[in-house]
Ligand binder design. Structure first.
Ligand SMILES: O=C(O)c1ccccc1NCC(=O)[C@H](O)[C@H](O)COP(=O)(O)O
Length: 229
């Protein structure tokens, strides 16, 4: 049987280094512009070269200055699985995500509440992997009741729009409540190798944006996360 590594869940399960989903994050509500004149394509190449297991891109324009056309361009220009992060509330947007060539779509349990399972099934039918995002025990109960392939513990409270720093201790505290048959991703607030070590003690993968975008030597920094013990 051949494994489809374009599927994010498969790629994580079969990865032999630290599985890092690296985010091309153009703007942060807290730190402002993170691109600093660089191109998204150059950052994509750096993440590929450093050995990321997947790519994340935020398409939300209002708070993160994202752009759907850029997301599509990223999908078209990499063999790595690509995750779309946005505050999606319609099935049209899920179809659009699949048509762009994405691997995975973010489904936010806090936003979709009792409709989360229906949106997960729709995304799976569209051929996408799903990352259902949670931040507390109530949202974990929602995520567990779905067929999602992956569950993401967001260490930041997204309703605070990144004005909190987030802490991996949230992953540490909630990880035991996630069923072992789901891929667990620790998202946000991972700033250094100590944070990464904690995240990967409890989760199968880590999603990192700000610290990669602000690193002085991005290639070396990301590589040190992928290969770090
Ligand atoms: O996580 C969300 O719910 C979300 C939805 C839509 C836009 C942005 C969202 N969160 C922000 C992020 O995705 C973070 O940039 C990502 O988890 C990386 O975090 P960090 O390493 O702290 O920049």
């Amino acid at each position: 049987m051949t494994i489809n590594f374009k599927k994010q869940a498969n790629a994580i399960k079969n990865f032999d280094k630290n599985p890092i989903i690296a985010e091309i994050k153009v703007h942060s509500p807290k730190y402002g512009d993170l691109l600093k004149g660089r191109s998204e394509m150059d950052i994509l190449r750096i993440y590929e070269e450093a050995g990321a297991v997947g790519i994340s891109y935020i398409t939300d324009k209002q708070h993160f200055n994202g752009n759907f056309d850029m997301f599509k361009k990223i999908c078209e220009n990499t063999e790595l699985p690509v995750l779309r992060k946005d505050f999606l509330t319609t099935k049209d947007e899920i179809e659009k995500t699949a048509s762009a060539g994405a691997s995975t779509v973010l489904i936010i349990a806090r936003l979709l509440k009792e409709n989360t399972a229906e949106f997960v099934d729709f995304a799976l039918e569209c051929g996408l992997d799903t990352l259902v995002e949670v931040h507390n025990t109530e949202e974990i109960e929602i995520a567990k009741s779905t067929n999602t392939t992956m569950i993401g513990i967001n260490n930041r409270d997204i309703s605070k729009l990144e004005l909190d720093d987030g802490t991996v201790s949230l992953t540490e505290n909630l990880a035991d409540l996630i069923p072992k048959d789901r891929i667990l991703v620790s998202e946000s607030g991972i700033a250094n190798l100590t944070d990464l070590k904690t995240a990967l003690k409890y989760a199968d993968a880590a999603l990192i944006g700000t610290s990669f975008m602000t690193a002085e030597n991005q290639n070396e920094f990301v590589k040190s996360f992928v290969e770090g013990k």
